[in-house]
Ligand binder design. Structure first.
Ligand code: NDP
Length: 296
């Protein structure tokens, strides 16, 4: 049976450390970091993600602001809200929960967030800096994936990694972070012929597809580290990953469950990035403090 990589436990450790740091800031008499979360409309999945983010901020003692806008809000009004937050000295991080209603351009909205407050790491400036190997906000899910792999104690350097999925928010940035750690990285996608032959080469396999059960046990190299990013809802309302856990668990050396794997890490890394933004704003970053997840 595979070792389970417990994302809940690893994320709790991160949040406990963040809580200590925020408590120290408070006891120095400074204002504590503040995360602003904007949600548009009533999408139940988005509401649940946003609740998780606000709860995690509260857990660590970080301030948060939830800004709820109606489904029919205009793009201009949303942009005005973002611009006000960009200029607000009391706001360190700004997150706009995606997806947005169709009448609003996600690209224009993400571009409007100040790169210095872009704790999701989706602004083109942060994306460019990630790919150039310069300091930036590391997007939360890819950052969480790296931390989970590191939690196994297995080295990344020299390993063959296959990332299945090439989205801008997961597949591409996680591949870059793994490359920075000297893995040999392959990115597979829907046009990859004979996916199983590719995934069977992987010492570390990251599945970010969005289709339940895409990766089955026979597609995994025995002993591999398997990170399941997928969040898929079954017809009976349960969450399931992109990996068929039942067949994979006997083959993988390490595997993340869904739920309780990557999901909680994404949230912990968001809080981490917001503290990072706060420290940058005040020039109070202690040397080496945030370097761990910067591009190398
Ligand atoms: P996207 O839909 O943007 O990308 C999916 C990728 O998977 C695409 O590159 C697509 O290829 C590829 N793909 C689709 N079908 C296949 C297939 N049969 N074989 C190989 N590749 C395939 O998804 P995201 O990256 O945004 O998300 C992926 C999953 O991760 C989703 O389930 C999402 O809910 C989850 N997620 C979880 C998070 C968390 O915190 N745990 C955070 C973000 C996402 P192509 O490019 O060719 O179309």
């Amino acid at each position: 049976m595979s070792n389970i990589i417990d994302g809940k436990a690893v994320s709790l450790e991160i949040k406990e450390k963040l809580k200590e740091r925020i408590s120290a800031i408070r006891s120095e008499g400074r204002r504590v970091p503040c995360l602003a979360v904007i949600i548009v409309g009533d999408n139940p999945a988005s509401r649940s993600y946003v609740r998780g983010k606000i709860k995690a901020a509260e857990f660590t003692g970080m301030d948060s602001r939830l800004i709820e806008l109606p489904e029919d809000v205009s793009e201009r009004e949303l942009m005005d809200t973002i611009e006000a937050l960009n200029g607000d000295a009391g706001t360190d991080g700004i997150l706009v929960q995606l997806p947005l209603p169709r009448h609003i351009s996600e690209d224009r909205v993400l571009d409007a967030i100040s790169p210095a407050k872009d704790v999701d790491g989706f602004h083109p400036v942060n994306v460019a800096n990630l790919w150039l190997g310069r300091p930036c906000f590391i997007p939360c899910t890819p950052q969480g994936i790296i931390r989970l792999i590191e939690s196994t104690g297995e080295p990344i350097e020299g390993k063959r990694v296959v990332v299945v999925g090439r989205s801008n928010i997961v597949g591409k940035p996680v591949a870059k972070l793994l490359l920075d750690r000297n893995a040999t990285v392959t990115i597979a996608h829907s046009r990859t012929p004979d996916l199983a032959a590719v995934t069977r080469e992987a010492d570390i396999l990251v599945a970010a597809v969005g289709r339940a059960g895409t990766i089955t046990g026979d597609m995994i190299k025995p002993g591999a580290i398997v990170i399941d990013v997928g969040i898929n809802r079954t017809s009976d309302g349960h969450l399931t990953g992109d990996v068929d856990f039942a067949s994979a668990a006997g083959v993988a050396g390490w595997i993340t469950p869904v739920p309780g794997g990557v999901g909680p890490m994404t949230i912990a890394c968001l809080i981490y990035n917001t503290l990072h933004a706060f420290e940058e704003h005040y020039g109070a970053k202690r040397p080496g403090e945030f370097e761990g997840y910067a591009p190398q």
